[in-house]
Design a binder for this molecule. Structure first.
Ligand SMILES: Cc1cc2nc3c(=O)[nH]c(=O)nc-3n(C[C@H](O)[C@H](O)[C@H](O)COP(=O)(O)OP(=O)(O)OC[C@H]3O[C@@H](n4cnc5c(N)ncnc54)[C@H](O)[C@@H]3O)c2cc1C
Length: 438
């Protein structure tokens, strides 16, 4: 038959779908009856729930990503972007990292391009805001927080110091609360090495447009998290929106105005833009229109899942599956099995999973959890958060590396140096060249 299965995106859905297909179609891949390709700008899958721990320095960034080529030896990995999907012709336009775009033909497509930050046209946001979805963003943020502590320690300008020590996070879901809690914990921990900075000198502001934080753990645990954050001195502003942040001058809808050098935007996600550059049907929220079988509605040979897809939640009629890893991993399994069934002309099965709740880390030894109705807080929740994610991070190799990182952090204090110059590696050399006389 020689069927080419093309997976757009090598994240949660892409990696787990390919892993399962690699196993289930072993014979076909060997005989050349089937081929699998993943296209992704990165050569690794990012385990996003570990981003906050990587930002806080408890985990090496290399250990929270899974290398696609090593894990998927039977799959061809192409690095670059899909810029257009023409499903009518079974062709995608592939823009490689270097060189001209080219067309790649396929028989079956899996749209698994995930999501990007959902932003609003707020004055100044593009200039000073940073998201929290990639390893690059998490590590840049870590370097920035530590660098600004250095700045604050070294300046005599009180206004510059106040601005450097003010950190704003917009959006109090998973990403925002965990990022803020881990970074605050790290910054507080780091102040012991600074003569002139006390933990109380650092201001953390969490801005949330609704009246609750961390909805993923339910109202009771969300309320507890809110109290915890406030007890830690974090200024949580509910029912408040960011109105502008031009040149770092932050204006909020509750009337407060202050200056900040750092603003992290984690107020939701929207499907990857490639979804719009395709002839696949889109739903009212801009996601690929999916069926409960994880096929693209009314479109033979096309499958989808994860953050890019609007998958009906059959356990909750009328609702859609939330964009989270809990669904993405389980959907990938059903999706891969359905591709095999599709190739063998069998009937497809529905994706069915009832959301079981969530765990969240709130800094070292602190957490909150609500899983299968079991509500935990503090150390037990933090322990559950770590064990759960350890069990979920792909491959034994990564699991061992993560445990080693955590064990080291247990015995030695975490690293609190900013390696921000890694973002500008040629600056020193350029300065040296500039001193050379002709
Ligand atoms: C900080 C943070 C913490 C989180 N914590 C949790 C948690 O604790 N529990 C939980 O359940 N969920 C959590 N999530 C959500 C979870 O990570 C996502 O729901 C999950 O990653 C979605 O999987 P996906 O495969 O749809 O997308 P992704 O994993 O994002 O993968 C999408 C892939 O598509 C690629 N791509 C995008 N556009 C293109 C293109 N044009 N061409 C080719 N490739 C493309 C991207 O590079 C990426 O590799 C968290 C998210 C964040 C940001």
């Amino acid at each position: 038959m020689n069927k080419h299965i093309l997976i757009v995106g090598g994240g949660y859905v892409g990696l787990y779908t390919a892993l399962r297909l690699q196993r289930k179609l072993r014979g076909e891949l060997r005989s050349g009856e089937a081929r699998i390709t993943i296209i992704d700008p990165q050569s690794y899958m990012t385990y996003q729930p570990f981003l906050p721990e990587a930002a806080a320095g408890n985990l090496s960034p290399r250990h929270m990503v899974a290398p696609l080529r090593r894990i998927l030896p039977k799959v061809r990995i192409l690095n670059g972007r899909v810029t257009r999907v023409n499903h009518a012709e079974r062709l995608v336009t592939f823009q490689p990292a270097v060189g001209e775009p080219r067309q790649v033909a396929y028989d079956v497509i899996v749209m698994a391009a995930g999501s990007i930050s959902r932003t609003l046209p707020i004055p100044g946001l593009t200039d000073i805001g940073i998201g929290f979805k990639t390893v690059g963003e998490a590590i840049a943020l870590r370097n920035r927080v530590l660098h600004l502590l250095d700045v604050a320690e070294s300046t005599d300008d009180l206004e510059a110091r106040r601005r450097a020590l003010t950190f704003v996070v917009v959006g109090a879901g998973f990403a925002g609360v965990e990022a803020l809690a881990e970074l605050e914990d790290m910054a507080k921990d780091s102040t012991r090495y600074y003569r002139n900075i006390e933990p109380s000198d650092i201001r953390w502001v969490l801005v949330e447009a609704t009246d609750r934080v961390l909805p993923e753990v339910g109202p009771e645990m969300g309320k507890w998290t809110l109290e915890q954050l406030r007890e830690r001195g974090i200024d949580v502003k509910l029912d408040t929106r960011l109105e502008s942040c031009e040149d770092g001058h932050v204006v909020l809808s509750d009337g407060s105005k202050f200056d900040a050098d750092t603003l992290v935007w984690t107020a939701g996600v929207k499907p990857s833009p490639v979804v719009n550059d395709s002839d696949l049907p889109i739903d009212e929220r801009g996601r690929v229109k999916a069926t409960a079988m994880l096929t693209v509605a009314g479109t033979p040979g096309a499958f989808t899942a994860g953050d890019a897809a609007g998958v009906p939640d059959v356990t909750n009629p009328g609702q859609y599956c939330a964009p989270n890893a809990q669904h993405a991993v389980r959907q990938a399994k059903v999706l891969a099995d359905n591709i095999v069934r599709h190739l063998q002309g069998q009937e497809l099965v529905e994706y069915r999973h009832k959301y079981v709740g969530s765990v969240a880390g709130l800094g070292l030894h602190q957490g909150v959890a609500n899983v299968y109705g079991v509500k935990l807080r503090g150390f037990p929740a933090w322990f559950m958060h770590r064990t759960y994610h350890l069990s979920r991070v792909p491959t034994l190799n990564r699991k061992v590396r993560v445990v080693v990182d955590w064990t080291l952090a247990l015995f030695f204090k975490r690293e609190t140096i900013s390696l921000g110059e890694m973002e500008h590696p040629r600056e020193g050399f350029r300065a040296a060249v500039a001193t050379t006389r002709r």
